[in-house]
Design a binder for this molecule. Structure first.
Ligand SMILES: O=C(O)c1cc(C(=O)O)c2c(n1)C(=O)C(=O)c1cc(C(=O)O)[nH]c1-2
Length: 234
């Protein structure tokens, strides 16, 4: 333990700091997001992003189901299962996947053209599939750690909401409900994920693996944005 500015610093603090430091590799800094939030994207580019990001949205519950399947801890499963319900909803017309489809409609796309993946570019498919595969095949705590990019999501969501209202007013405002819901859900979700990771990762080795998992996820999100950027150039 080392003392810093009057407070006692533990290795656990260092671990959480190492995780939080990944904000520097988060996809909010991707040029496509930077242009999006500065109001510099065309209608076609926004539509391309919405259609491609749908593949991420629809696969998140499958990723979370893989974590549930691999997790032997009942308490963790009991809380983690809420993520699936949040995305899938309890009945038709509810949930985050449905909200994303409404965003697509508000942006002038049909749900059919989003659901049938006609706009889906190979790099986005590849990145999202890699994330689901990671959750299926890696130890479940690493998969939980990989979800911690959500620590950084609320700032980006808030900025995006403001940017959409200001620059892309051709998108019907009701379509932005997805982002509003995530502003509340994401902090709750990642608080739990951080609890789990700090409780389970006690050794330097397991902490290093958790940090690597988060690093991998930053690569997933960045690659996804690269693929969209490449498919919908300025
Ligand atoms: O729009 C975004 O920038 C963004 C980022 C992330 C993220 O950081 O992984 C998620 C989401 N949105 C999101 O909507 C979402 O439901 C979500 C779930 C997860 C996850 O890894 O479990 N990340 C994210």
């Amino acid at each position: 333990m080392t003392a810093t500015s009057g407070t006692t610093r533990t290795d656990a603090d260092g671990f959480v700091e190492a995780l939080r430091a990944h904000s520097r590799r988060y996809h909010d800094r991707h040029p496509f997001h930077v242009r999006m939030n500065a109001g510099r994207l065309s209608r076609r580019q926004i539509q391309g992003w919405v259609a491609n990001r749908f593949y991420y949205q629809e696969n998140i519950p499958r990723k979370d189901a893989a974590i549930l399947a691999n997790c032997p801890d009942l308490e963790v499963r009991r809380r983690w299962i809420r993520r699936i319900v949040n995305h899938d909803g309890r009945r038709p017309g509810e949930g985050g996947v449905e909200a994303w489809l409404r965003l697509a409609e508000a942006a002038g796309l049909t749900r059919e053209e989003v659901q049938d993946h006609r706009h889906l570019v190979p790099g986005v498919r590849f990145a999202v599939d890699a994330y689901v595969d990671f959750a299926r095949t890696r130890p479940w705590v690493e998969a939980v750690a990989s979800s911690l990019t959500e620590l950084f999501a609320p700032d980006l969501m808030a900025e995006r909401l403001a940017a959409f209202e200001r620059w892309y007013s051709w998108i019907e405002p009701a379509g932005l409900a997805y982002f509003r819901a995530r502003l509340e859900e994401a902090p709750r979700d990642c608080e739990h994920a951080l609890e789990v990771v700090t409780a389970y990762c006690r050794s330097p080795e397991s902490r290093a693996r958790a940090v690597d998992a988060l690093s991998f996820k930053c690569d997933v999100l960045w690659s996804l944005m690269d693929a969209i950027d490449h498919a919908y150039p300025e």
